[in-house]
Design a protein around this ligand. Structure first.
Ligand SMILES: Cc1ncc(COP(=O)(O)O)c(C=O)c1O
Length: 399
């Protein structure tokens, strides 16, 4: 057995199941789960129709590179969304079967564990795949927490030259899961300079980029920043996008990676062995989803309305901000996060995730342990009902 397997941490939901194993939720209330970031808004009917109309394609093996038509629709979407003047569908775009597997696989492709101290920089808290992928690639994670007083902005200037020298990958997650921070052009300018100076790859996980609240302020993307700062061939830069959150299609397993053509050529080679080609009917359905923006706007409107209603109830009783973007609330608590989850489950039958499960201790401090994550993915009605119960709970337990 690969000994690194034993270094993997259990997933946050396993830890939660253990935490709640001996606790019964209030039997008078229906359980409401705000734990998993699985969109519950309806999937677009036209995408499902395209999928079912193309089921006969199951009789063909799909190519790893995906059809040119799919890569073209992705490239056009990127150009429209991020105002790019160019993104070559042939060399700078690859479809992936959801960003999760791709984030894992790119780490295996990029990390050179024969070099001294191979290091991967990640936000803390993080999406746990960054950690597992780093461990299995034989590298070490360097974790950085954002500043809660600055919307959880990460101060990259604190990183020493020694760490930069060892760095092979830097993960950004923007909009961030769980705190919603959107990486700014200024942040990217700094990171782009460092990636040239120290030759590492910026892996930008942008799978929440289409869930935002102000139509006039779309989250900035890494490729957009490359164009602004003159990195026209996207050297050392990769972005990861997905239909899971944008189009409420988490089960379709469809996303893409775009950017540096040299890295994508090696990644394609890796993927031929990895064996994650996207089914042809999924590719055809994905084309219809990337080509349409109306359903994405409709989806944002649902989140906007839901966040407004929920925050109106919660903000008077707890420290919780509207995130820059994304669909999570990340309140700061005065109570221990695990105790909060247990009591809330027991008294109000609402499930939330302890913040500490999404982060690791650095120098004895887990930066997320006084937070909980609430995914506002259920219906507005359910989320509002959950918020009312949380308010009642807060009023009962506040000092
Ligand atoms: C930050 C982040 N990245 C990536 C993913 C993976 O999404 P998918 O594999 O559905 O594209 C998720 C899923 O929750 C996520 O929260």
């Amino acid at each position: 057995m690969n000994p690194l397997i034993n270094a993997l941490h259990p997933y946050p939901f396993e830890k939660l199941a253990k935490l709640l194993a001996d606790i019964k939720p209030n039997p008078e209330l229906e359980l409401i789960k705000l734990t998993i970031g699985e969109p519950q808004h309806p999937a677009p009917a036209f995408v499902l129709d395209t999928l079912t109309q193309n089921l006969d394609k199951v009789s063909k093996y799909p190519g790893t590179k995906g059809t040119l038509e799919l890569r073209q629709s992705i490239s056009n979407w990127c150009k429209r969304r991020f105002d790019l003047t160019q993104l070559d569908a042939n060399t700078q775009v690859l479809p992936v079967t959801g960003t999760r597997e791709a984030l894992f696989a790119i780490t295996q492709t990029l990390v050179d564990s024969s070099k001294a101290n191979p290091t991967v920089i990640s936000p803390n808290p993080f999406y746990q795949i960054y950690e597992g992928a780093t461990i299995l690639a034989g590298a070490k994670l360097h974790l950085l927490a954002g500043n809660p007083e600055q919307n959880y902005k990460i101060d990259y200037s604190k990183i020493s030259d020694q760490i930069w020298q060892d760095t092979q990958i830097l993960f950004t997650c923007s909009p961030n899961n769980p705190n919603g921070y959107v990486t700014t052009l200024e942040d990217y300018e700094f990171l782009l300079k460092k990636s040239v100076e120290f030759d590492f790859t910026i892996v930008a996980d942008e799978c929440y980029s289409e869930i935002y609240f102000d139509e006039a302020q779309k989250p900035t993307g890494l490729l957009e920043a490359c164009q602004v700062f003159g990195n026209h061939n996207y050297k050392n830069c990769l972005v990861f996008h997905s239909l899971s959150k944008r189009s409420n299609l988490p089960g379709l397993r469809s996303g893409f990676i775009a950017g540096d053509a040299d890295i994508l050529a090696s990644f394609l080679l890796y993927r031929t062995y990895h064996g994650c080609a996207m089914a042809l009917q999924t590719q055809t359905a994905s084309i219809s989803a990337w080509n349409d923006e109306d359903h994405v706007l409709e989806n944002r409107n649902l989140y906007r309305e839901k966040f407004d209603q929920v925050l109106e109830i919660l903000q008077p009783v707890m420290k919780v901000n509207k995130p820059d973007a994304g669909f999570y609330l990340w309140p700061q608590l005065e109570m221990d996060d695990e105790a909060f989850c247990q009591k809330l489950y027991q008294e109000e039958a609402v499930l939330v995730l302890p913040g500490r499960y999404l982060a690791r201790e650095v120098e004895g401090i887990n930066p997320a342990k006084n937070h909980v994550r609430m995914a506002l993915v259920a219906t507005t009605q359910d989320c509002v009902e959950a918020a009312r119960r949380i308010k009642r709970f807060m009023l009962k337990h506040s000092k």
